[in-house]
Design a binder for this molecule. Structure first.
Ligand code: PLP
Length: 470
C-alpha cells in the first residue's frame, strides 16, 4: 500500500468571496470572538490563522463554517501521518478497550516497554548500544530542560553554547538558548547567562559574508579556535545544542560537512553534542532523524512532537557516559502518558514499515521543483531550501539594497500577505525566520503527489495576489 493511498482525494475547497473577505475579522465567528476575549494575549497562531476548527482528517482540516483547508502546518510538524490517521485511532481504541492505565508516572507497562523498543529500533544502532532514555514532561521544551540539566551534571561545567537563529522552546532554560532576543527581553535576570551564541551555517545569509564551502570551513575554524584558545575568553561549555535543520529559525538546513565538523570538534573538546530533533525528527527531513544526513552520532537527542503520534510526549535519549543523575534528580508527574506511547509506537512502526522518510524526500523534492519554477517569474522567492518536507521560502524585496552576498533584503510584510492569500485559497502555511520572512511548509508526511501539486498551485495563485496587495 502506498503511503498516501489510504487517503481520500482532496475535496474542493469551498471558500466564497464573502467568507474570504471576513476570514481575518475576529468577529466573524463567536468562537473566535470569545477566544480573543478570553485567551491570553500571548496566543499566536490564531492571529495569523483565525480559524475555529471542527473536524480533521489526513492533510485536511475543516472549520466550524464547513470550509476545508490543506494543513501545511500540521501541529507545527507534530502530525507526521496527518490528522486522525487510522493507525493512530486504532491505537487509542486499543488502549481504551484493554482498560490500560492512562497514567503511570514513570512506572513501566507493556505499552511503555514496546514504545522504547520501537524508538530504539529507529535510532542508529551505534547510539542505541550505549543509550539511556529519560521520559520528560509532555512538551519539547521539557526535554530541552532535561538535557540542559543532564549535561551540566555530567560534565560539572555550567555553560552551554547555542546558535544564532536557534529555537528550543519557551521555558526559561530553553529560552536562554533562543537566538531571537524579543521573547527573552523581560526575563533577562532569570535566564541563564551562561549561554554563548555561535554562528549557524545559514548559507543564504552567511554570518561570515562568504557562503558556500568556504563559509562552512570558516565557521568550523572559528568554533575550533574558540574552544581551543586558552585565552579565548569563554569557558569550555558542558554542551553545544543544535538543530540539524533550524525550523522556527527559517527552515535552514545545516550543511552535512559542517555537522560532521561540529561532531568532530565537540568530541575532541569533550563537549556533549545535543541534537534537537523535536521538529525535524521522525522521517520529516527524508531520514528518520535529521542528524542522519551527516551520519553523526550525537551525545543527546531530544525528541517530541511526532514521537507522541498526535498526543503530547517528549523524551531524551543520551549516551550512557552522561548517566550521572542520582535517583530522582529529574522528575515530573506527566511522564507516563500511555495513550501517547501507544499512538507514538503506532506512528513509529508505520513510518518504518511504509518507508515514509523516502516518501517525504520525494514529495519535498516535487514541491521544491515547482517552487523553483515559480522563482523564475518571481524574484521575491529569494531562497528555497530545506530537507524533505521541512521546506522554507525566504521572501525578499528585489528592489531593496542587496547584502554583501548580493541577496536582497528580507520582506516580512510580503511573506505575511502570501500567508493570508494562501489561507483565503484554502491552504494553511506558517511563517518563521528573521523578520518573519520565511514561508514554511510542514505538511503531514503522507501527503500525495497530487496534493503537493495542489499546494504548489494554490501558492502560485496566492503569490501575485499578495504582491498586488502590497
Ligand atoms: N525545539 C524545537 C526545534 C522546536 O521546533 C520546538 C517547538 O517548535 C521546541 C523545541 C519546543 O517544543 P514545545 O513547543 O513542544 O515545547
Amino acid at each position: 500500500m502506498s503511503v498516501a493511498s489510504s487517503l481520500e482525494a482532496p475535496p474542493p475547497v469551498r471558500v466564497s468571496p464573502t467568507v474570504v473577505e471576513t476570514l481575518y475579522q475576529f468577529n466573524d465567528s463567536p468562537l473566535l470572538t470569545r477566544q480573543a476575549q478570553q485567551e491570553s494575549n500571548a496566543r499566536s497562531y490564531p492571529r495569523r490563522i483565525p480559524l475555529a476548527l471542527k473536524r480533521a482528517r489526513g492533510i485536511h482540516v475543516e472549520d466550524v463554517e464547513g470550509r476545508r483547508f490543506i494543513d501545511c502546518l500540521a501541529g507545527a510538524g507534530t502530525l507526521a501521518l496527518g490528522h486522525n490517521h487510522p493507525v493512530v485511532i486504532a491505537a487509542i481504541q486499543q488502549v481504551l478497550a484493554d482498560e490500560l492505565p492512562l497514567h503511570t508516572l514513570d512506572l513501566t507497562t507493556p505499552v511503555k516497554d514496546q514504545f522504547v523498543q520501537d524508538l530504539f529500533g529507529l535510532l542508529p544502532a551505534e547510539l542505541v548500544k550505549q543509550a539511556k532514555i529519560q521520559f520528560c514532561g509532555p512538551t519539547g521544551t521539557d526535554a530541552v530542560e532535561a538535557a540542559l540539566k543532564l549535561v551540566r551534571t555530567a560534565t560539572g561545567r555550567s555553560t552551554v553554547m547555542s546558535f544564532q537563529g536557534a529555537y528550543h522552546g519557551m521555558s526559561q532554560g530553553a529560552l536562554s538558548l533562543m537566538g531571537s532576543l524579543g521573547p527573552k527581553k523581560p526575563f533577562e535576570a532569570l535566564l541563564s547567562s551562561g549561554v554563548q551564541f555561535l554562528p549557524y551555517p545559514y548559507d543564504y545569509r552567511c554570518p561570515f559574508g562568504i557562503g558556500g564551502e568556504q563559509g562552512v570551513k570558516i565557521n568550523l575554524h572559528y568554533l575550533d579556535n574558540l574552544l581551543s584558545d586558552p585565552e579565548g575568553g569563554v569557558h569550555r561549555p558542558a554542551a553545544i545544542i543544535v538543530e540539524a535543520v533550524q525550523g522556527e529559525g527559517g527552515m535552514i538546513p545545516a550543511d552535512v560537512q559542517w555537522l560532521r565538523g561540529l561532531r568532530r570538534i565537540t568530541e575532541n573538546a569533550g563537549v556533549a553534542l545535543i541534537v534537537d530533533e523535536i521538529q525535524s525528527g521522525f522521517a520529516r527531513t527524508g531520514k528518520m532523524f535529521a542528524f542522519e544526513h551527516a551520519g553523526i552520532i550525537p551525545d543527546v537527542v531530544v525528541m517530541s512532537k511526532a514521537i507522541g503520534g498526535s498526543l503530547p510526549l517528549a523524551v531524551m535519549v543520551y549516551r550512557d557516559w552522561l548517566d550521572t543523575w542520582l535517583p530522582g534528580a529529574h522528575a515530573g508527574t506527566f511522564r507516563g502518558n500511555q495513550m501517547a506511547m501507544a499512538t507514538g509506537s503506532a506512528v513509529m512502526r508505520y513510518l518504518k514499515e511504509h518507508k515514509v522518510a523516502e516518501h517525504a524526500s520525494a514529495m519535498g523534492e516535487r514541491l521544491c521543483e515547482q517552487l523553483r519554477a515559480l522563482q523564475q517569474d518571481f524574484p521575491q522567492l529569494g531562497d528555497i531550501r530545506g530537507r524533505g518536507l521541512m521546506l522554507g521560502v525566504e521572501i525578499v524585496d528585489p528592489s531593496g539594497e542587496p547584502d554583501t552576498l548580493g541577496h536582497p533584503p528580507a520582506f516580512g510584510r510580503l511573506a505575511s500577505l502570501i500567508q493570508r492569500e494562501c489561507l483565503k485559497r484554502g491552504l494553511i502555511i506558517e511563517l518563521g525566520g528573521r523578520h518573519g520572512c520565511v514561508v514554511r511548509f510542514l505538511p503531514p508526511l503522507i501527503i500525495s503527489a497530487e496534493q503537493i501539486d495542489e499546494v504548489a498551485h494554490i501558492f502560485a495563485q496566492a503569490l501575485p495576489a499578495a504582491i498586488a496587495a502590497l
